[in-house]
Design a binder for this molecule. Structure first.
Ligand code: SAH
Length: 233
């Protein structure tokens, strides 16, 4: 049997590449996503009542990795990338049907120039990700405070993030356009996006990531992330 699924829209996010996207939603609260709807769903009736909920579930297609297929075992970054676990026991992107799910915070619904936009906060989705469905988060059923989280029981430990003088000056130029840029960079880098095999290295290698149309360069010095430059691409 095959099932045809048609996305209801797409999400625009600051994350232009997979590298450095936090592993789960809510870890970078300043990452705002804006969902725009395809013609059929560009109708405010579809969202009527959604503002009563503080959080919503997004179901989406891992479109960038879907073609790579899946295997029964994956190497979760939480295990340092060198131990395997069954794909259904992980949140890996490389999975059958390539469906992702994220709880995000509701921000606002707007309707501008006949385009319906649902803004949400704390996304972990790549820019342009196709959205398959949206459902309200229902705390009494969806929240399980006693639940065991296996390899992901706790939030990852946070790293300190500091900005060089040059980066602070560059931020000043950019804050009118991206008011939450400093928090976003701090939240993303505090998750330590380096590949697991770099995490014990002591080199002062420079790393780069893209947020919006900006290239951000940083180094790890004494276990702290030091942002060196923030430049337009
Ligand atoms: N919360 C989701 C995603 C967890 S995996 C779930 O549990 O299903 C999170 C990773 O998904 C991010 O680090 C990012 O690298 C990756 N990702 C986000 N959007 C993607 C997309 N459209 N295609 C492929 N990978 C994506």
């Amino acid at each position: 049997m095959s099932i045809n699924i048609h996305p209801i829209g797409n999400i625009q996010t600051p994350y232009k590449e997979k590298f450095a996207i936090p592993r789960q939603p809510g870890l970078a609260k300043s990452a705002i996503g804006e969902i725009t709807f395809s013609k059929e769903f560009n109708d405010p009736n579809y969202l009527r009542g959604i503002e009563q909920f503080s959080h919503v579930w997004l179901l989406f297609h891992f479109h960038q990795t879907a073609e790579k297929g899946h295997s029964p075992l994956v190497r979760p970054p939480r295990l340092g990338g060198n131990q395997k676990q069954g794909v259904f026991a992980t949140r890996s992107t490389f999975r059958p049907n390539s469906i992702g799910m994220s709880v995000v915070e509701f921000a606002e619904v707007s309707y501008k120039n006949k385009q319906l936009v649902l803004a949400v906060q704390g996304v972990d989705l790549l820019d342009g990700t196709p959205i398959l469905d949206i459902k309200p988060y229902v705390p009494y059923a969806d929240s399980q405070p006693q639940a065991l989280g296996g390899i992901a029981q706790h939030e990852p430990e946070l790293m300190t993030v500091i900005f060089s003088k040059q980066a602070r000056e560059q931020l000043d130029q950019l804050t009118s356009r991206y008011p939450r840029l400093k928090s976003l960079i701090s939240e993303v880098l505090s998750q330590d996006p380096r590949p697991a095999y770099h995490q014990n290295s002591h080199s002062d290698k420079s790393y780069g990531m893209t947020l919006y149309d900006l290239n951000i360069q940083w180094r790890v010095i004494n276990q702290q992330n030091v942002v060196d430059t923030i430049q337009k691409i």
